[in-house]
Design a protein around this ligand. Structure first.
Ligand code: SAH
Ligand code: F3S
Length: 477
């Protein structure tokens, strides 16, 4: 799993395809890099452009409009996208009418630089400005460059019904918040995605209900920091004058939202990401315990096991507080899987800090992990105030120690399922064989088993006979 996640970053973006409208005459090639939120944003963009006459295509050469939804989280992600832009420009030489646009975090971060210095694109649109796409595309079609990267305080796309791209028809994402107010010192997200906004719960429930009606069986509620979800009528939290105003406004927090969704759709499997240790409250664990349809899996990034580093990262909690939260999860949800994000070699990290990370991992024994070497991002508090002083070699060595340990723990966790019977939601064919189904259990572990007369989207009981560090192997019972 660990190495798979690292490969993830190097992987090409996905060319995204959706259902086609008969009267649409123009072709859109859209590719998405980075997080799940970006993929969901691309679905919103495809929906907005379907109303403007665009059908999606998987053939770059045929496209009238090429859009790439970009990620700025690490330097490597940006380099990958630059290479894609060069490729688009080579195709454009053959098809000069083709227009190229960049969406998402890199658009927000680099703004006019793409148009003025690099001349690689015709269109630059930040994550909050997709509603303006029809106007911007028209400008570009009339031969002008177009740009909108204004960060909004209100935009949640609550009323846009995303068209599902490259879907398996079983699981889908629903964004519940946008932006982040946390200001971890290493992170570019608050700068590219702006202040945190929560989406109207009614529009979330409507979207979930629509997905159920279309046959979807699993939704993932998405936000940079889902635990800080708070609906009190819209707008920014900081605009409320005092805390009692929140209480009076019959606010809905994340635990409450989870319960509403779980009760409204009792047969839908519900997942969520990402949880932030400093904002996660115990009532979320109780909501999870109460409802079987909320999956027992929490992605709880910690970044480092050293309290000193946590402080430098402005994570607002200590190692001890994190351990206490882990203990509470195990107590309230004994079957819950937990995964991490870790950063190796943040500014000033000593060998002892690194050992603290490894010892925290030994304590938790995470089921899965997403691990990275620190990559300085221009404009972040760390870039402004701290020295990126850990040599690349050291970062890489520490990262590989973290990855190796995670692989050991991943296998340990998978082995706990051997001999047990687990409920699997069938997502499609196994990658390795058409004669096997692939699906996941509540804890998000992938399982494969020989096909019988089941269908994609069925929930079935599977007895686990064996495993690797990434896959459970079983038979239907
Ligand atoms: N809360 C967000 C975090 C987004 S960034 C979420 O929804 O997951 C995802 C992960 O990328 C972070 O948890 C962190 O481990 C990693 N990351 C962020 N900035 C980084 C940087 N500058 N260098 C290396 N890794 C970084
Ligand atoms: Fe980034 Fe920290 Fe928010 S990692 S997305 S600033 S919670």
């Amino acid at each position: 799993m660990a190495s798979e996640n690292i490969i993830e970053e190097k992987k090409q973006g996905q060319a995204l395809i959706t259902e086609q409208k008969d009267d649409n005459s123009k072709l859109l090639f859209i590719e998405s890099f980075g997080c799940q939120m970006n993929l969901n944003d691309s679905e919103i963009v495809a929906s907005i452009l379907a109303d403007e006459g665009f059908n999606t295509t998987s053939h770059l050469e045929d496209a009238d409009l090429v859009l790439v939804n970009t990620c700025s989280i690490r330097e490597k992600a940006e380099q990958t996208i630059r290479k894609r832009l060069q490729k688009y420009n080579r195709v454009k030489r053959i098809n000069p009418n083709m227009k190229i646009g960049v969406l998402g975090c890199m658009a927000e971060r680099l703004k006019t630089k793409f148009l003025e210095e690099e001349k690689m694109v015709d269109l630059v649109v930040g994550p909050d400005a997709y509603r303006d796409l029809p106007n911007l595309v028209r400008e570009v079609e009339s031969g002008k460059d177009a740009i909108n990267v204004i960060l909004s305080k209100e935009e949640t796309y609550g009323d846009v019904s995303p068209v599902r791209l490259n879907t398996n028809g079983v699981s889908a994402f629903i964004s519940i918040t946008r932006g982040c107010d946390n200001m971890c010192t290493f992170c570019v997200v608050p700068f590219t995605r702006g202040r945190e906004r929560s989406r109207d719960p009614q529009s979330i429930i409507k979207e979930a209900q629509d997905l159920w009606d279309k046959g979807y069986k699993e939704i993932t509620l998405l936000g940079q920091n889902v635990d800080s979800y708070l609906w009190y009528g819209g707008g920014l939290k900081k605009d409320l004058k005092n805390a009692s105003e929140i209480a009076q406004a019959t606010a809905i927090d994340f635990a409450h939202l989870l319960e509403i969704v779980a009760i409204t759709l009792p047969k839908m499997r519900i997942r969520f990401a990402t949880s932030n240790p400093q904002d996660m409250r115990i009532n979320v664990l109780h909501s999870m315990a109460k409802h079987d349809n909320i999956c027992k899996y929490i992605h709880l990034p910690v970044q480092t096991g050293s309290s000193r580093m946590l402080e430098r990262m402005n994570r607002q909690h200590t190692r001890e507080e994190y351990i206490k939260l882990i203990d509470e999860i195990h107590e309230i949800l004994p079957e819950c899987a937990i995964s991490q994000d870790m950063i190796a070699g943040f500014c000033g990290e000593t060998e002892q800090d690194h050992k603290d990370t490894l010892s925290l991992m030994e304590y938790v024994k995470y089921d899965f992990g997403f691990m990275f070497a620190y990559s300085e991002r221009p404009g972040t508090p760390a870039a402004k105030r701290m020295e990126d002083d850990i040599p690349m070699e050291t970062k890489k060595r520490r990262l590989s120690e973290i990855i190796n340990l995670q692989q050991k723990h991943g296998l340990y966790r998978m082995k706990q399922f051997v001999g047990k019977t687990v409920e699997i939601l069938i997502e499609g064919n196994s990658k390795k064989s058409d004669e096997h189904w692939m699906g996941r259990n509540s804890q998000n572990a992938v399982a494969v088993f020989p096909k019988g007369n089941e269908k994609i989207g069925n929930l079935v009981m599977v007895k686990i006979k064996d495993c690797t560090s990434a896959t459970l192997i079983g038979t239907r019972i």
